[in-house]
Design a protein around this ligand. Structure first.
Ligand code: BTN
Length: 330
């Protein structure tokens, strides 16, 4: 059952103008005094609510502190974030979404936390997720795709993050294969995609997005300071985390819908547009050999396509790439 308060905010969001106390009371089936009390509670929580005689109520702005209500306020999406859960502190949003997926929560469910105490990175690394400093969020997807196409969704998520940064700032984001977001050669964001699948069908996918937003330089752990940063640190100004999350969710939905209708081509082109050192020569090492090759682009299965000095093309699924000047190893 949705709480009355949540329904109240939804009704206020639906209307462009004011909505009368009577209409709210009819729709929610509670007294006008109860509506008035709820409005006072919302104001105490930091909502700026205008009350105009004979017209009714209107939300002018929502508070800075993240909550389910404030994140959903004005989100205006078709399917992403309709079920959205915000926590002050969790071990990992990733684990919560796995549980929710097993309980049958729908495509587009979002879990976000102010802080993670056991944030997970790729390859069993830990992901530092300090309180109120970044976006620690996992999205549940139930795509109608064969499992071999799952990597496309990770690449899609990386393009969404790059596009969001480009739209909100003058920063130039780059995507380092497979899916790290770099600004000025330093990692500001990473994506962890986990899949539950059968032989030929995906049951669900959890896309975990970690984005360093408002850490100051000295708040980045010392051992990774040479290779990691935050949006604030690179842009020189504080970011509004709530609005940034909403921007990501809107873009994610739009990009995903396009992908469903038009396929992977546009995602691939966009990824390559932002691709770190695409068209440049790097040194690559695998268990068997080390060689120089030019990064050509990405393949629909998420592999990195490279071309050696003799013109031979090769697909790489895992390799150590020596990114050279300013970069660091994959
Ligand atoms: C990487 O190693 O680059 C991926 C990092 C992914 C971190 C995010 S934060 C939200 C979600 N919950 C986690 O525990 N991890 C992912």
């Amino acid at each position: 059952m949705e709480s009355t308060r949540k329904q109240l905010i939804e009704l206020l969001n639906k209307k462009d103008g004011h909505i009368s106390g009577q209409e709210l009371s009819n729709q929610l089936n509670i007294s006008r005094t109860a509506i008035w009390k709820h409005m006072n509670e919302l104001k105490k929580d930091g909502y700026d609510i205008e009350a105009v005689q004979r017209k009714g109520y209107k939300i002018l702005s929502s508070p800075d502190k993240m909550s389910e209500n404030t994140l959903q306020w004005g989100l205006d999406t078709e399917w992403i974030g309709h079920q959205l859960f915000h926590y002050d502190q969790v071990e990992s949003t990733q684990e919560i979404v796995h549980q929710m997926a097993k309980q049958g929560k729908p495509h587009g469910t979002v879990v976000i936390a102010d802080e993670q105490v056991k944030g997970k990175g790729r390859m069993a690394r830990k992901w530092d997720s300090p309180k109120g400093k970044g976006i620690w969020m996992s999205i549940l997807l139930r795509p109608n795709l064969p499992p071999f196409k799952a990597p496309q969704l990770t690449l899609l998520a990386a393009t969404v993050l790059a596009e969001m940064i480009s739209e909100r700032s003058a920063l130039v984001p780059q995507i380092k294969w497979p899916n790290d977001l770099l600004i000025h050669h330093k990692k500001v964001s990473g994506i962890l995609t986990e899949m539950q699948a059968e032989q030929d069908a995906i049951q669900y996918i959890v896309v975990g997005i970690g984005m360093n937003v408002n850490q100051n330089g000295e708040e980045i752990p010392e051992d990774i300071r040479h290779k990691a940063s935050s949006l604030k640190n690179e842009a020189g100004e504080e970011w509004n985390i709530q609005e940034t999350v909403q921007h990501i969710l809107r873009l994610f939905e739009r990009t995903y819908d396009q992908y469903e209708s038009d396929g992977f081509e546009a995602i691939k082109a966009n990824w390559e547009k932002h691709g770190y050192r695409i068209g440049e020569e790097v040194t690559i090492s695998t268990m068997k050999r080390t060689w120089k090759a030019t990064l050509v682009g990405i393949e629909p299965d998420g592999a990195l396509c490279v071309r050696d000095r003799d013109g031979n093309h090769e697909k790489l699924y895992s390799a150590e790439i020596h990114w050279g000047e300013g970069g660091y190893h994959a």
